[in-house]
Design a protein around this ligand. Structure first.
Ligand SMILES: Cc1cc2nc3c(=O)[nH]c(=O)nc-3n(C[C@H](O)[C@H](O)[C@H](O)COP(=O)(O)OP(=O)(O)OC[C@H]3O[C@@H](n4cnc5c(N)ncnc54)[C@H](O)[C@@H]3O)c2cc1C
Length: 315
């Protein structure tokens, strides 16, 4: 089959890798400049910062098998076994930043970045394919089957033209937001090894020292506001957000000075509800929706959903 996967986050990449291994002709389209989606890493000067997902855990055999070659190559390594208190469960980080894992999975695949899908529609009667995927530059990719892995509100908007009846509860899935502050520092922060803290204040969900984590060669902090704060301050101007979150993170910045600051807003950070199945398949079996809203709001969930989507199409 010729299969188009929309979205090169880990759900789309996991689906594409599995389908390509089975001999299907697969292309992956993503609107971003790099594959990875919420597995995102940014450079600010000489600093490297993970600004989406910070680490991952491995709970299932299927995800362990997915990660195994990347652990063997040294790309994926244990960061720590808990933040503050060790609980024995490994938290994994990625050498060079989380986005490097997505790039490694994408490398052997036909991934086309800067390709925003505009609409998905049925191919005209009599044509050789089942679907047409319309890209924002006007090109149309024919497909026998499609896997759509965007956050659900974005997937839904692509499918308005697809003549597919989606379950109402699926369409209504909402997402928490995250506002991230990225700080380059002129010296060490006040954080201690391993360099990560969950819910460090009433308004923050995570603070990470990217140098202590082994991602950055220079000092840099990632500060995530929690869902409540992010929603309440979503419309604030960038300088107001920067100032407020810098004050909130002052105890972690310590005596270092901030040399550069950037804000990144994640509108679709965390699905609020999880669909009971690991993916959703259209009645004719040619369109599958997948992503972390199906198998759990984390990297492992995205991968498991992508694997399930590939299996739903390819049997
Ligand atoms: C701030 C933050 C912190 C997090 N922390 C953790 C953590 O510590 N551990 C953990 O396990 N998980 C964490 N997560 C969650 C984890 O990142 C996600 O669960 C996972 O990456 C989702 O993968 P996905 O493939 O389902 O979706 P995404 O990664 O969102 O991929 C969807 C892709 O679809 C693309 N797309 C959307 N619309 C279009 C279009 N029209 N055309 C083409 N492409 C399109 C997007 O560009 C994107 O690349 C965090 C997430 C955020 C935002």
């Amino acid at each position: 089959m010729r299969i188009v996967v929309v979205g090169a986050g880990l759900a789309g990449l996991a689906a594409a890798a599995r389908l390509a291994a089975r001999g299907h002709a697969v292309i992956v389209l993503d609107k971003g400049r790099s594959p990875g989606g919420r597995l995102a890493t940014r450079r600010i000067g000489s600093a490297t910062l993970d600004h989406g997902a910070q680490f991952f855990t491995v709970r299932s055999d299927a995800f362990a098998a997915f990660v195994a070659p990347h652990r063997a190559s040294g790309l994926v390594r244990e960061w720590c076994r808990g933040f503050g208190v060790e609980d024995g469960y490994s938290r994994y980080a990625v050498t060079g930043g989380m986005n490097a894992l997505a790039k490694a999975v994408a490398a052997p695949l036909d991934v086309r970045t800067s390709s925003m899908v505009f609409a998905i529609r049925r191919a005209p009667t009599g044509s050789a394919s089942t679907w047409e995927v319309v890209i924002d530059d006007g090109t149309v990719e024919p497909a026998d089957a499609i896997v759509v892995t965007c956050p659900l509100p974005q997937s839904y908007s692509l499918l308005v033209t697809a003549e597919v009846e989606l379950p109402v509860e699926l369409i209504r899935t909402d997402y928490d937001r995250t506002i991230a502050l990225l700080l380059a520092l002129d010296g060490p922060s006040s954080m201690l090894a391993p360099g990560g803290l969950q819910q460090p204040t009433d308004q923050l969900s995570f603070v990470s020292d990217n140098r202590l984590k082994g991602v950055s060669t220079t000092d840099a902090l990632t500060v995530h506001a929690n869902a409540t704060w992010s929603e309440a301050h979503w419309q604030d101007p960038l300088d107001v957000l920067t100032d407020a979150l810098t004050v909130e993170a002052a105890a972690f910045i310590g005596s270092a000075s901030v040399t550069a600051a950037q804000i990144k807003k994640w509108r679709f950070a965390t699905p609020r509800t999880i669909w009971p199945e690991p993916c959703w398949t259209s009645p004719d079996g040619t369109l599958v929706l997948a992503g972390d809203a199906f198998a759990g709001p984390r990297i492992e969930g995205a991968v498991l959903s992508g694997i399930a989507a590939a299996d739903a199409l390819a049997g």
